[in-house]
Design a protein around this ligand. Sequence first.
Ligand SMILES: O=C[C@H](O)[C@H](O)[C@H](O)COP(=O)(O)O
Length: 263
Amino acid sequence: MLITRTFMFSRLKTSLVGQYRFISVMPENLVKKAKKLCAYAAVDSNLDLSKHRIIGIGSGSTVVYVAERVGQLPNKDRLVCIPTGFQSKQLILANGLNLGSIEEYPEIDIDFDGADEIDSELNCIKGGGACLLLEKLVADCSKQFILVADDRKNTGILGKHWTQGVPIEVVPSAYTKISRQLTVLGGKPTVRPGAPAKAGPVITDNGNFIIDCDFGEIPSNKLQALNDKIVAMVGVVETGLFVHMAEKAYIGNSDGTVTIVGK
Ligand SMILES: O=C[C@H](O)[C@H](O)[C@H](O)COP(=O)(O)O
């Protein structure tokens, strides 16, 4: 049973040890403000330096503010941050945080990451930025997995807002075979193009392709079976369906409040 609570988080702590700073919510950039608000609230409410040392830093435009907030902590030197890809690694370094690797630290205390869409059971689609493989690995290695997202993504059912399809990372030579299998499964697969930055497909941090497969709206109770069928296809590396992995989501609303959904 998930509990949903909404708070006015516009007065946020400047650090975990006290002091408050007003964060204004300007009408011209509500989405950006919502991302910052939920990311700061998630870090302030969940990161506990007395028990958390190894933390996962996800990918995307919302996690930028997670890394920024963690970088403001006075005791940030105690932390080791595990990245979920190239952009994440750059965020960790740019905010003066200690960089570790999943190979060195396969047990992570807490992981913060963005999402492309979140359903009513905290399942989510990830991989809009093609980082889903390491994101799922880091989340799987974490004791706590916390989502941060603006309210456009909190729709209750996957495939409603995120209509480009479920991102699926595949070995390049398998994309034709897998596309055919996905069609048989009822999906509409498209190999993600790299245009305009690159001719041909997007290449992930792991040297693979991404197939975005539109299955329409996917009810929560169908997700696990769908994920299992896709993962069973030879050549599939991982899917962007994160089923029953997150324990909480911090949703930044355009009115300056943050909704917390959690178990
Ligand atoms: O591959 C990218 C990740 O899954 C991102 O966390 C996801 O796309 C959300 O990104 P953003 O916060 O930019 O919407």
